[in-house]
Design a protein around this ligand. Structure first.
Ligand SMILES: O=C(O)[C@H](O)[C@@H](O)[C@H](O)[C@H](O)COP(=O)(O)O
Length: 229
């Protein structure tokens, strides 16, 4: 159920991905009067978010949230919320309803119940979950070697707090169950190193080794992957 879109350059991949997201959001609005998307942070999605921001959608009917968030203030340089506010949620797209993962709790563990309640109130199923992937095979904040990985892969909750083994900041992450409760899973990866990890993930093996496998090696939700090398 994985469809791959291959591009030589990242800008062309990002433009194509933004067009695909726009089309699905427009179709969802037409079908059910609302569209919902969970987006990744990090570096890769920036050009996608900038392109999508200019899309002529009925933005007041779009609900936007995150796949994962670093537990930092929303104006911190590492905040995924900040990334979204600076890129996607500009101009007409500022009318979208943004549901943050970060709340006022002192740490991600204390903030998880409030985040869970906010996620439970989203219009499920989400139309799109846009994932990224790290070179260690993590996706969202499902990190290999994290104490919370098994929980993230098995919990019935939609969200969980995570301490990454080798990356800064506590995180809030969508669980595997939440990711697999969407209508479409999109994955964006760029560069030869990530391509190699992706190929290894697709070849099969334990999810705990490369957590991106939880999205790639399943038959419940169609997956599209934008690859640029
Ligand atoms: O907030 C985050 O860290 C992410 O959502 C994370 O899962 C990201 O998608 C990958 O780490 C890839 O990040 P890059 O695009 O920066 O390589």
């Amino acid at each position: 159920m994985v469809t791959e879109h291959d591009f030589d350059d990242g800008a062309a991949a990002a433009a194509d991905l933004a067009r695909r997201i726009e089309a699905l959001l427009a179709a969802a609005i037409a079908q059910r009067g609302v569209a919902a998307i969970a987006l990744s942070g990090g570096r890769s999605p920036r050009p996608v978010l900038e392109a999508l921001s200019a899309a002529p959608l009925d933005w007041g009917k779009v609900v936007v949230t995150l796949v994962d968030e670093r537990w930092v203030a929303p104006d911190h340089a590492d905040s995924n919320e900040r990334l979204l506010r600076e890129t996607l949620l500009q101009g007409a797209a500022a009318a979208a309803r943004f549901v943050p993962m970060k709340n006022g709790a002192a740490n991600a563990y204390a903030g998880q119940p409030e985040c869970e309640a906010a996620f439970a109130a989203l219009p499920w199923p989400l139309d799109i979950v846009l994932l990224g992937m790290g070179e260690d095979g993590h996706t969202a904040s499902l990190f290999p070697g994290a104490a919370e990985l098994v929980e993230g892969l098995s919990t019935d909750a939609l969200t969980l707090a995570v301490t990454p083994p080798a990356a800064p900041h506590q995180r809030m992450s969508m669980s595997a169950k939440a990711i697999l409760s969407s209508r479409h899973i999109f994955l964006q990866i760029g560069g030869a190193a990530k391509r190699a990890v992706y190929d290894r993930a697709m070849a099969g093996g334990p999810v705990e080794e490369l957590p991106i496998r939880v999205a790639l090696l399943q038959d419940e939700v169609p997956v599209e992957v934008w690859v640029s090398t």
